[in-house]
Design a protein around this ligand. Structure first.
Ligand SMILES: NC(=O)c1ccc[n+]([C@@H]2O[C@H](COP(=O)([O-])OP(=O)(O)OC[C@H]3O[C@@H](n4cnc5c(N)ncnc54)[C@H](O)[C@@H]3O)[C@@H](O)[C@H]2O)c1
Length: 441
């Protein structure tokens, strides 16, 4: 057994700063408030509902995660946000149309108090959006400094002990990793010279880390996944994680693909398509934003199936992902997967999946878990990329030169083993060898 890590207590208020106050953010905030008022249960959240097994099965120790590790309580959460659209959280929740009036109206008094701060926003990065609640400044550095001021003011005005920041804003256009992202000094020079490869999301991330605030990226933008921001995270001793919440179709993909591989069944093709009618769908209708999402969704199969090791099974997979904007569906996305597999003697078979999900309903508990876990990581002095949070992401960040883990259940084990490690408990390997050793001959 390792020694438990020293973890600062979760005392006082935790400010959760949300970049973007759209469907995901308002569903998250309204949900937390409904749970605080005893109107709902935190379904979908590991930090609130999951237990964790400790020690041998015979010990029968399975506390709730929230009783095992010191997490901030829901009553201690305070919310802030930035958005180029000036609507408060109540108006935005109504427009997003995720939650029924019966769920939103009782929370109106509270949601109306959450008003977005002016955003760092530039239409060049999100083509399908316009907003009036936007900061002005002569350089990107100047805009980022204004975000730092917002962070300090929010902390002061709300009497917060600690803060975390989660990107729940629109998907930005595809940006290729380039020289300006290679080091912190290059990034800061690019912020001064208004380099187009420095997107607004990078300015929020920079400001967050400069203020010692952990950052989680829920969209597929590069944002914190650059050597420059990693360098800053190391320098400031702050945790970072991303990218792109793993909620619907990709969550299923990272369950089904490991099943095929575990049984050594071959894969000829995987065609995934979606219809989606919310603002996120509208933004993703722009080819440049879609490209960012597509890159994030496509990497999954290669990583899980390892075609280099299994060329006969996975050497020639046709993988296609489409997202189609279809307004009548609103936030209720429908995803179809057609999977062409082959088995013994190469005989073909098919799997069809039709997932009628609700995007923001799946994403909201992830925002909660990430906010609480990156705050835990900060108090436990875990610095830089938090691989153990890969469970929450479609395109998880990994240590330098390493491949990220995509298999949902390996990610789940990694998360729980990290919590055991933090608290000085034994890792669980499921070996169970002692059981056999103690059987009578
Ligand atoms: N819901 C899911 O299941 C899911 C899964 C993975 C990723 N995501 C990502 O989460 C993000 C949020 O999704 P959503 O459904 O809430 O979208 P949304 O369009 O409802 O909300 C996004 C909000 O971000 C704001 N915004 C855009 N640029 C901004 C900026 N520079 N600063 C501050 N605010 C900005 C927009 O005005 C909008 O209000 C999207 O990028 C989406 O791709 C969602």
């Amino acid at each position: 057994m390792n020694e438990a890590r020293t973890i600062a207590p979760a005392e006082g208020k935790l400010g959760v700063l949300l970049v973007g106050l759209g469907a995901v953010s308002t569903t998250f905030v309204a949900g937390v408030e409904a749970i605080r008022r005893g109107r709902a249960k935190p379904i979908g959240s590991l930090t609130q509902m999951s237990t964790i097994r400790l020690g041998k099965r015979t010990e029968e120790r399975t506390p709730l995660i929230s009783d095992f590790v010191p997490l901030a309580g829901l009553d201690d959460l305070v919310f802030g946000a930035w958005d180029p659209i000036p609507d408060d959280a109540y108006t935005s929740a109504k427009i997003s149309g995720v939650l029924k009036d019966a769920d939103v109206e009782p929370l109106k008094d509270y949601l109306e108090t959450i008003k977005p701060m002016p955003a760092v926003f530039d239409q060049a990065y999100v083509k399908r959006l316009e907003g009036s609640n936007v900061k002005t400044g002569s350089t990107k550095r100047d805009l980022a400094e204004q975000v730092r001021e917002d962070i300090r003011r929010f902390k002061e005005e709300n009497g917060c002990d600690r803060l975390v920041m989660v990107w729940c804003a629109s998907t930005e256009v595809f940006i290729k990793l380039g020289p300006v992202h290679e080091s912190l000094s290059a990034l800061e020079a690019g912020m001064e010279s208004n380099d187009p490869a420095v997107a607004p999301s990078m300015l929020y991330a920079w400001a967050s880390l400069m203020e010692g605030v952990p950052f989680a990226n829920g969209a597929p933008n590069l944002t914190v996944d650059t050597p420059a921001i990693r360098e800053l995270a190391e320098q400031k001793g702050v945790p970072i994680c991303g990218k792109d919440f793993k909620t619907g179709q990709t969550m299923l993909k990272t369950v089904l693909a490991p099943m095929l591989k575990a049984r050594m069944l071959g894969l000829a093709g995987w065609y995934s398509t979606n219809i989606l009618g919310n603002r996120d769908g509208e933004v993703l209708d722009d080819p440049e934003s879609f490209k960012t999402k597509e890159e994030s969704k496509l990497g999954v199969l290669d990583n899980i199936l390892q075609p280099r090791l299994y060329p006969d099974l996975y050497g020639d997979v046709y993988h296609k992902v489409r997202i189609n904007y279809y307004p009548p569906r609103g936030d209720n996305k429908e995803g179809w997967d057609n999977i062409d597999i082959f088995g013994w003697l190469g005989y073909p078979m098919q799997i069809k999946v039709n997932f009628l999900c609700r995007d923001s309903i799946l994403a909201a508990p992830l925002v909660l878990d990430l906010a609480l876990f990156i705050d835990l990581a900060r108090r436990a002095e875990m610095v830089g990329v938090q691989e153990w949070l890969s469970f929450y992401f479609k395109n998880p960040m990994a240590g330098p030169g390493l491949d990220a883990e995509h298999d949902l259940f390996i990610q789940h084990t990694k998360l729980k083993n990290t919590l055991r490690w933090l608290m000085g408990e034994e890792q669980i390997t499921h070996l169970g060898i002692e059981y056999y050793e103690h059987q009578p001959a």
